[in-house]
Design a protein around this ligand. Structure first.
Ligand code: SAM
Length: 256
């Protein structure tokens, strides 16, 4: 991990991290917290689920999605357990989270402490392929899988929500490919929803090639559109459904 990672204040006042070596922000500069809530937590419709929540995230990064999910889960008095599985091949340090949390309002200290303990465990156990942490009341279980997504077996998860959140295709091309979406397709529950900030055509092609049905909705702030996907088209009702056949044909045209 680059030790040069810095904090960056985004347009909604929340803070994200910036890696100058990759020239990549961990969340949108137009509003880190807004993007997290709109795209990932609400996009996957987790708050509408009254039973337990299982989340698979590609890219723990600065932990904004995790903190927003812990907060929303705690506020939902009817919800059962939260099982949050996140994958990252280059976890940041607890020190970076402390700096980020120091500048961001609105997160519970106990949630920040959970995220920091998770990262401390990861950095203090160099050979571990995963580390886990559980909240004091036992209702929130977080597992960080350390490694490249293709090396992590998540097939048994039955995730209600997939947060597809690597850096953009220029920095992480392998994470926007058909094999990557096949990896999450094998982990998602039949009525689960994948959400991502990308609306790129090649990303949507990779999703349908992996087996997903796809839809779009308005993006946060100035962003026009984001993409949602599910194994079941009915689960995407209420979003603008996109033609699976059209994107499959586009993919075929690309390959010839
Ligand atoms: C955009 S940041 C994630 C932001 C984070 N979800 C948040 O809310 O702050 C992308 C993260 O994905 C991780 N990543 C990218 N490609 C990966 C891969 N192929 N396997 C595992 N982790 C990957 C990076 O190390 C980075 O931490």
């Amino acid at each position: 991990m680059s030790s040069k990672i810095q904090t960056f204040k985004t347009d909604d006042g929340s803070v994200t991290l910036f890696d100058p070596t990759l020239n990549a922000h961990y969340r949108s500069t137009h509003g880190a917290s807004t993007e997290s809530t709109h795209v990932f937590v609400n996009g996957t419709r987790l708050p509408q689920r009254t039973s337990s929540w299982t989340v698979l995230e590609l890219g723990l990064g600065g932990g904004m999605n995790l903190l927003q999910t812990l907060k929303t889960h705690k506020e939902q008095s009817t919800s059962g357990q939260l099982r949050y599985h996140t994958v990252d091949w280059n976890p940041v340090t607890a020190k970076h989270i402390r700096e980020l949390a120091y500048e961001t309002q609105g997160f519970e200290e106990s949630h920040i402490a959970l995220l920091m303990s998770l990262l401390e465990k990861a950095h203090n156990t160099p050979d571990a392929s995963s580390v886990e942490i559980v909240s004091e009341d036992g209702s929130q279980h977080i597992t960080l899988h350390i490694g490249a997504w293709e090396d992590i077996d998540v097939t048994a998860l039955q995730a209600d929500a997939v947060y597809h959140d690597p850096f953009g295709p220029k920095v992480n091309p392998e994470s926007w490919s058909t094999p990557c979406f096949t990896w999450s397709f094998n982990a998602i529950a039949p009525h689960g929803i994948l959400a991502t900030y990308s609306a790129a055509s090649h990303v949507r092609i990779a999703m349908v090639q992996a087996g997903y049905h796809i839809a779009s909705t308005d993006g946060p702030g100035k962003k026009r559109e984001i993409t949602l996907a599910s194994p079941d088209p009915d689960t995407l009702q209420g979003y603008k459904q996109l033609s699976r056949e059209r994107y499959l044909a586009k993919g075929q045209a690309q390959d010839t």
